[in-house]
Write a protein that binds this ligand. Structure first.
Ligand SMILES: [Zn+2]
Ligand SMILES: [Zn+2]
Length: 122
């Protein structure tokens, strides 16, 4: 039996907060909604088909939200999280976007913990 480190042991989904994953190699990842939406791996967000990437910018909006003069603040939520086989989930976002299929490999690649951020910057 092969157990790869890219397999989640446990996934906790909160549609208003985000996703937490405990990996089989005992690594732990926590993704905020804004971060996940910005890291959407679909073709239109990443410009995979040679088109302009339509990357969202929720993370920076989130950090600016302490600004009392900001009139418009969209509330980002996940409406639905649908498993795709045993390797991915598809997320329906409240902003109408639903083409992003997040493989566990992608989740692991974008893990925002300090250890992984440091590893990626090298
Ligand atoms: Zn997308
Ligand atoms: Zn990590």
């Amino acid at each position: 039996m092969t157990v790869t480190s890219l397999e989640p042991e446990h996934i906790a989904i909160s549609k208003s907060k985000g996703i937490k994953i405990d990996w089989k190699d005992s690594h732990h990842s926590e993704y905020s909604l804004a971060y996940l939406r910005d890291e959407c791996p679909c073709a239109s967000c990443t410009g995979a088909h040679g088109t302009e990437p339509q990357k969202s910018d929720y993370s920076s909006q989130e950090s600016k939200s302490s600004n009392p003069f900001q009139m418009y603040k969209p509330v980002l939520r996940m409406l639905n999280v649908e498993p795709i086989g045993h390797y991915a989930v598809r997320i329906d976002w409240s902003d109408g976007h639903n083409t992003g299929i997040y493989s566990f490999e992608h989740f692991r690649k974008i893990c925002p913990c300090e250890e992984c951020r440091t590893a990626r910057s090298h």
